[in-house]
Ligand binder design. Structure first.
Ligand code: F6R
Length: 590
């Protein structure tokens, strides 16, 4: 996820563009850059947040009435200045900003290098200005060259392109990455998202996949991918800037939960890379996961999967407790570190110790973070920036990586195919929101909550309870379903809410009996199960799922409803779910 902006005005464009790109910083903050066109392409860029880069190199001090800008969420190549956008052609006549991923960039780069093009970055994006340069040298104009270029690209893109050869226009294009146009009397704009242009105009045109746009000061031309002009409707936006940054959602957490189906799709596209990494593993006979918090819960699901599907002894260690277990590591242990931030101090410390003895793999969301530089192998979860403190979409993306890892280790095509059905099933969970709001209203004054699950779904109980504690401040406990009778059942009393996770599968019958035992003590049962399960008719509340969601894949779906439940209880209690008290997004102290 990155953010792009393009802008044409009568006057100096840089102050407006930099204000616009600041509004997209929620889409990435690894680097920022601007390019304008005068008699040449002028570029200023640097790694870090916009404020840091601006303090250092004064981004607004750059001439020109036409410009493009970018904030980066690194995917290919570390967050360095060289990899920051815009990227230029060899002759410096073309400059490009891009959001998306060019999947065939390695082949294209090789072809271009053979033709003599010199690359300055490690990014997938840089093939684009070089391709446009090549087609312009063959006699095509900027628009045609951009069209010929995107025909060569496999992957996703939202692009903005400028050139000294046609210094009065910006060419844009989109496929599977968002791009909008803003129109006004002062000038015209391109942007990844509405917040970027709200200070300038509320008149917006939403572009669709495979559309190409030519932006001039007084004219906007939108075309299909054969360059036939198409008529588009102008929409008037009535959001305020803060609403716009959250995509119209009241909180980042809700926005991020709604992004989960797409995040799952994006992370599934990492499957070939995960297969390649798996083929590089040395011989191992034991797996150890190390993580904290929500990432620890993802690891627990990994343990259940590996033990049941691969029969490899596996254990999960909390990073803060790692030093007490490190003595059994050897060179036949694969140690997997899971962390969304890649900066958790406990996890970094454990990795530094483990890598001296064992092969290490890190599953991380933030490209270029400390952990990615320390581990032997890295898998990126493709969740994009997560702003809400409570992990939601990053958790789902971690789970997808773990499932893919197990499927490739087992060479289990059937499981891989099953994973491709998850995005649609996740969409069904999000559609249950109204029903979840009603349940949230009912239980918002509860003092305690229990979450019960068995097998693969026990970690979901732990994660459901953690989400509730974090953002509602209600005391909550997650337990394996069979464990209550060994003590915690003493806490069950009339009216206490108990969330029972009851998907179809081999653990069903035992879990059902355990839930009956709890119910008999007066608990209010909120059951998550299959919608064809007639046995769960007679409970206080139920959330019903497609029966294809069996116990093996339920961790990927049921948690979405539990995230929504915590979110709505938090909102009902007038707590800001994005900023729970005492917590931080990145825990950099041990
Ligand atoms: C809970 C949450 C935390 C993190 C934990 C580890 O919603 O976000 O429990 O999971 O602090 O953080 P990472 O994954 O960045 O190592």
């Amino acid at each position: 996820m990155c953010g792009i902006v393009g802008c044409i005005l009568d006057n100096e464009v840089a102050p407006t563009i930099i204000e616009s790109i600041k509004k997209l910083e929620y889409r990435g903050y690894d680097s920022v850059g601007i390019a304008t066109v005068t008699d040449k392409i002028n570029v200023k860029k640097g790694s870090g947040k916009i404020k840091e880069v601006d303090d250092e190199i004064q981004l607004t001090e750059i001439d020109g009435n036409i410009g493009i800008a970018h904030v980066r969420w690194a995917t290919h190549g570390n967050p360095t200045r060289e990899n920051a956008h815009p990227h230029n052609s060899c002759d410096n006549k073309v400059s490009v900003v891009h959001n998306g991923i060019i999947e065939n960039y390695k082949e294209l780069k090789q072809e271009l290098q053979l033709e003599g093009h010199v690359f300055k970055s490690e990014t997938d994006t840089e093939v684009i200005p070089h391709l446009i340069e090549k087609y312009m040298k063959e006699g095509n104009n900027l628009l045609k060259s951009t069209q010929l270029t995107i025909k060569k690209l496999v992957g996703s893109y939202a692009l903005a392109v400028i050139s000294t050869e046609e210094p009065d226009k910006i060419i844009g294009a989109r496929k599977e990455s968002p791009l909008i146009v803003g129109v006004s009397d002062k000038g015209n704009f391109l942007a990844s998202d509405v917040p970027a242009i709200l200070n300038e105009t509320r008149q917006v045109i939403y572009l669709e996949d495979n559309e190409i746009i030519q932006l001039e000061k007084d004219k906007v031309t939108i075309m299909d991918n054969n360059l036939n002009p198409i008529e588009k409707e102008i929409t008037t936006i009535d959001w305020n800037p803060e609403m716009a940054e959250k995509g119209g959602y009241p909180h980042f957490m809700l926005k991020e939960i709604n992004e989960e189906p797409q995040v799952i799709r994006d992370t599934l596209s990492e499957s070939p890379k995960i297969k390649e990494i798996v083929s590089k593993f040395k011989n191992f006979n034991r797996i150890c996961f190390v993580a904290c918090g929500t990432s620890y819960h993802a690891s627990l699901i990994g343990e259940y999967l590996i033990e049941t599907q691969l029969h490899i002894p596996t254990e999960v260690i909390l990073a803060s407790e790692f030093e007490y277990f490190q003595n059994t590591l050897d060179n036949h242990t694969l140690v997997i570190f899971i962390t969304q931030s890649g900066e958790t101090a406990d996890t970094i410390q454990a990795l530094k110790t483990a890598k001296k003895i064992s092969e290490t793999l890190a599953i991380v969301n933030v490209v270029g973070s400390t952990i990615t530089r320390e581990a032997h192998h890295v898998i990126y979860t493709r969740a994009g920036p997560e702003i809400g403190v409570a992990a939601t979409k990053t958790y789902l993306s971690q789970l997808i990586c773990i499932y893919l890892l197990v499927a490739h280790l087992k060479e289990d095509e059937e499981l891989i195919q099953k994973l491709y059905s998850i995005p649609e099933l996740a969409e069904e969970s999000i559609k249950r929101e109204e029903q979840i709001i009603e349940i949230a209203k009912k239980y918002k004054t509860a003092k305690d909550f229990f979450y019960i699950g068995r097998g693969f779904n026990y970690p979901t109980a732990l994660e459901g309870a953690l989400k509730l504690k974090e953002i509602t401040y209600i005391h909550a406990e997650g337990y394996p379903a069979g464990e209550l009778k060994h003590g915690p059942l003493a806490l069950i009393e009339d009216g206490i809410p108990v969330v029972g996770i009851l998907p179809p599968g081999s653990s069903y019958a035992k879990t059902f009996n355990n839930l009956q035992e709890i119910r008999a003590r007066g608990a209010h049962m909120i059951i998550l199960g299959a919608d064809n399960d007639t046995q769960i008719d007679d409970v206080h509340d139920k959330l019903l799922f497609n029966p294809v969601v069996d116990e093996l894949i339920a961790p990927l779906i049921y948690i979405i409803d539990l995230q929504l439940l915590s979110y709505h209880i938090s909102v009902q209690k007038e707590i800001d779910p994005d900023k729970p008290k005492n917590l931080a997004k990145s825990v950099t102290v041990v």
